[in-house]
Design a protein around this ligand. Sequence first.
Ligand code: BDR
Ligand code: CA
Length: 313
Amino acid sequence: MHKVIYDTDPGVDDAMALLFLHRHPEIDLIGITTVFGNASIETTTRNALFLKREWNIAAPVAKGASVTIDPSRKEGMWPTFVHGDNGLGNIDVPATIDLPLDPRPAYRFIIETVRANPGEVTLVAVGRMTNLALALKEDPEIAGLVKQVVIMGGNFYVPGNVTPVAEANIHGDPEAADIVMTAPWKVVVIGLDVTAITTMSRSFLGDIARSGDDAVKLLNDLSQFYIDFYKHAVEDGMMVHDSCASVYVVAPELFTSVTGAVRVVCGGIADGQTVVKPDGRRFPPGDWDGLPSQIVCTGIQSDKVLDLIRTTL
Ligand code: BDR
Ligand code: CA
């Protein structure tokens, strides 16, 4: 059984990944932590509570960061054109959800849950890396107690999606991402190299919804706005970014990867760019030296990933 804390900014593709984690029989979802990103922290947290209620998810929800780890960074606009004004494709969501939040801030929930389950917890992080970086700053020893960190973020050998060189989750808090990538824990980076080529068609999801229960029907409804947004890049379908990270937890054999030190560019024209120095490649001494070797996914069996999502949902 994989014990998972899901760090998320729901978010349409976040919702699909959540339902996967909730439903997969080998995953024990032990916590949901929220972060700003696809919408404000108030909205992403409300959405997490809404999905918890609608899908009968037992895991507690802990509210996380509302701004970047470096407070001098100016906050951008929410990507309402991607996920809708309410972060869930503009379906009807009540303004408030009558469910309690975990009393702890997300970073503290992460620290205490990891310490209570040493060596067992997988962190699946699919938004800004702010909560993870805050947890590391507060308690660096957790790096040695986490089983692995699987993140959706970054791009290595393909263009970005918010700038020519940067992906949204990393660009939204580059300093936090650099802290996470360079910490002495096992990080698996699932970036646009693999998520942008893993696309689900409207009819594929519609078929799952037709033969599924109310939970999948809700997922189908809230995905329509996001599918419409993707018409510039995908033929009547969507990139299922965050679900690729969820799938990795149970099926890493569907991915190929390189290993190496990973850094994030902080500032300037390449703000938020992710860079890997592949193991075995020699360069003059520099900013990659002595850093832990992380796993950067460069290949994916998209059809099998989509099939696993279908059967799990
Ligand atoms: C990432 O950004 C968000 O829009 C998605 O939820 C995903 O986590 C893709 O770049
Ligand atoms: Ca996300």
